[in-house]
Unconditional design. Structure first.
Length: 236
């Protein structure tokens, strides 16, 4: 009998750990131990450090295999944090950045048509962090989410540092892990769907397309996202 995996969920920018709230119950019901980190979103190194610390804590508890899933900039974080980590069973990218060593988000996006959402970030206080106005959040980030839920997401969004767009990635974990899944959101207005598909192809990931999904597909189509993570946990 296969032991349940530990599942580590890593949110992206403009979000917090509750962005996985529709996915977590399905994973727990399947018998898996689930942890969702809370990222500071103050810099890529700080985000990576949080994931590394959580992986170390999980590995201090046991050697049960770990599935690590990252949404959006959470993909960038897990790409860097999981490198050389122990007991990693699978990586799951959920509309996530999957850079190679030396690549930045600005570099990766340069060959794709700029999305309108990239032009509407607004400052959040004097420290240079950025977010979307709540109307723009509903328009670009979560247009397919129930409006009541989308307004909660907009109200709890995590402001991001501007420096993460030009931060060069380190050696990627996806070159070490064999079981890789990628979920593409067909109607994503935050990260070009064509770029997502390119990430998946480059990593030779098992790819799932969420038709009609926005960047908040992990909420609007949570059952499908949970299924992919469960498949990864089961070794499929």
């Amino acid at each position: 009998m296969m032991l349940p995996a530990r599942i580590l969920l890593v949110h992206g920018a403009l979000a917090d750990g509750s962005s996985w709230s529709k996915v977590i119950p399905t994973l727990q019901a399947a018998g898996h131990n689930v942890t969702a980190v809370q990222q500071p979103l103050t810099s890529i190194p700080n985000d990576v450090a949080v994931v590394k610390n959580q992986l170390a804590a999980l590995n201090a508890e046991s050697d049960v295999p770990i599935v690590v899933a990252g949404h959006s900039f959470g993909g960038f974080a897990i790409t860097n944090a999981v490198t050389d980590a122990l007991n990693i069973k699978a990586l799951v990218y959920v509309m996530g950045f999957a850079p190679d060593e030396g690549e930045t988000v600005t570099f990766l996006e340069q060959n794709y048509t700029a999305l309108p959402s990239n032009q509407v970030f607004v400052p959040n206080g004097p420290d240079g962090r950025l977010l979307l106005t709540q109307p723009d959040y509903l328009k670009y980030f979560a247009p397919d989410v129930n409006p009541r839920d989308a307004r909660v997401l907009a109200a709890t969004q995590g402001p991001l540092d501007g420096g993460r767009f030009t931060y060069p990635s380190g050696p990627p974990a996806w070159k070490q892990v064999k079981n890789i899944h990628y979920i593409v959101a067909a109607e994503d207005q935050m990260i070009p769907p064509a770029l997502q598909s390119w990430f998946a192809k480059r990593m030779k990931a098992k790819t799932t397309l969420l038709k009609g999904a926005s960047h908040a597909g992990l909420i609007s189509q949570a059952d499908k996202v949970a299924k992919v993570i469960l498949d990864a946990a089961n070794g499929y």
